[in-house]
Each structure stands twice: as C-alpha cells, then as structure tokens.
Design a protein around this ligand. Sequence first.
Ligand code: ADP
Length: 268
Amino acid sequence: MKYFAGIDIGSTSIKIVVVDENKKLIGYKTSASGSMFYKYAQETLELLLKELEISIEDVVYIVSTGYGRKLYKEANENISEITANAVGAIAAASEYGEIKTIINIGGQDSKAISLDSDGNVTNFAMNDRCAAGTGKFLDVVALKLEIGVDELGEYHFKAQGTPLSVSSTCAVFAESEIIGLLGNNHSVEDIVCGVHYSIAKRIVKLVRRVGIKEGIYFDGGPAMNEGLVNAIENELGQRLFIPNYPQVTTSFGAAIIAVDSFNYEMAN
Ligand code: ADP
C-alpha cells in the first residue's frame, strides 16, 4: 500500500496527516512549531509513522504547506495554505454539502476564503497584522486568566447575562483590559465570553470582505473552542460547519494534493 503525507508547518503548530491511495485519512499528529520547524516536523512525522506502523519508504509523496513549508526539504512539492485549506475543507465537508466560505483562525492570522461551486478559491481576506482575532489573542487571554485554551469553551457557556464588552484589539492592551475587568470583580466566565464576542465581531468583518453566504466552514485550532464557535454563529446569524478534526484540514488538503500529484506524475 502506498501512503501520502501532508505537512502543514504553521506559525504555532505543525500538523501532519497521512492518507492512503483512496485519500482516506489514516492518521494525524500535531506538535508545537517552536523555533526549529524542520526538526520538529521531521520528528512529528517519524512519531506518526511509528504509531501507524508505516515505513517511511511507503510514503511515496509529501506535500508541505503553511508558513514554514519551504523549510521542509524532503517535500516533493509545496503549496499555499489557501489552496490546501480549500481542498481539505471540501473533502472534509463532502457529507455536509456545498461550502461557500471558509473561516480559518490560526495562531497568528485569520482568513476568510470564498469558493465557487467547483471549489475554486475566488477571493480571500486575511488579517495578519496584529494578534486580534487570532489564536495568539486567545492564548494571551487564557494565560492571564490562568486557564487552558482548551477550557475556554467551557467557561464561555457559564457566563451570565449580556456578554461583557472587551474593546481592545491588541493582545497587549487586551491583557491590561482583562486585569481591569478582574479588578472590577467580573468573573472569568464573563470575561472569556466577552473576549469570544470581540473576536467574533472581527471575524464577521473579515467574512463581509468576501461576502457572507450560507455554507460556512470553520477550521484552524480555535475552531475546537465551542464557545468561540457559538459567538461567531450568533454574530453571523447562521450555523457553521465544524469538521471532526478542525486543526488538520489544511494538512489533509495537502495530503490529498499529494495523491493527485503522484498519480499525475505516474501517468506522464
Ligand atoms: P497555525 O496553523 O497558525 O499554527 P493552528 O490552526 O494550529 O495555527 O491554531 C493554533 C491556535 O489554536 C492556538 O494559538 C490556540 O489558541 C488554539 N488551540 C490549540 N489547541 C486548542 C484546543 N484544544 N482548544 C481550543 N483552542 C486550541
């Protein structure tokens, strides 16, 4: 059996997906990007293949994507994360129906990607100038509140009343605003909920730049945060489609492209 890998070297984390010849997801692994992208990507791939009991010789084509994609020298090909995200999202949502827009929130940026009915990227909008509306913003908030990012969703649903207003758009100012809110006796739950709504409002502005349509797919690490999902759904006024493994859509897309590129090379 031949296997294919998609390696997404993001600003915050490395995501690797292995698929078989039928583009079926066989396994995935994530790790922190740290400062040595290549070394950690290599180690993560080795660990994943060991877990899956697959020999590296059976991985016949590797596609890298993401911020650090060019640093992964063993890749047969590297592609933009926007293309990989679109391919992965369409495959992951095949049972859901047609998706028109992808919202991706990563560690350091957020994007809204518009697709046509054939799944081609027609437009995209990106915020990569500051941490507002990104995973980094959530990381700073969680750290200040002394809770894990994976706990933010739980806190969100315990908030009382109208969501608190958190106006800071910069992570540094948000930290001092949070200290002020804690000093005014606001609960951690209410602050978390307020932060989610402030991010949701920024994300809706981003989506407006490509046009709001029905059929929105949400991925990236922060899509695992059900509280943030809830806030974005309320601000958008529609349900979002969240895949089973939201953090690995882009690497899944890269792995699918690896199968197609390999088959194309074999046929030519
Ligand atoms: P990138 O591709 O830019 O490296 P990711 O899509 O991997 O970014 O997202 C990283 C972000 O995901 C982190 O900054 C963090 O805020 C968020 N995150 C990671 N794990 C979780 C989790 N279990 N629950 C909620 N959010 C998470």
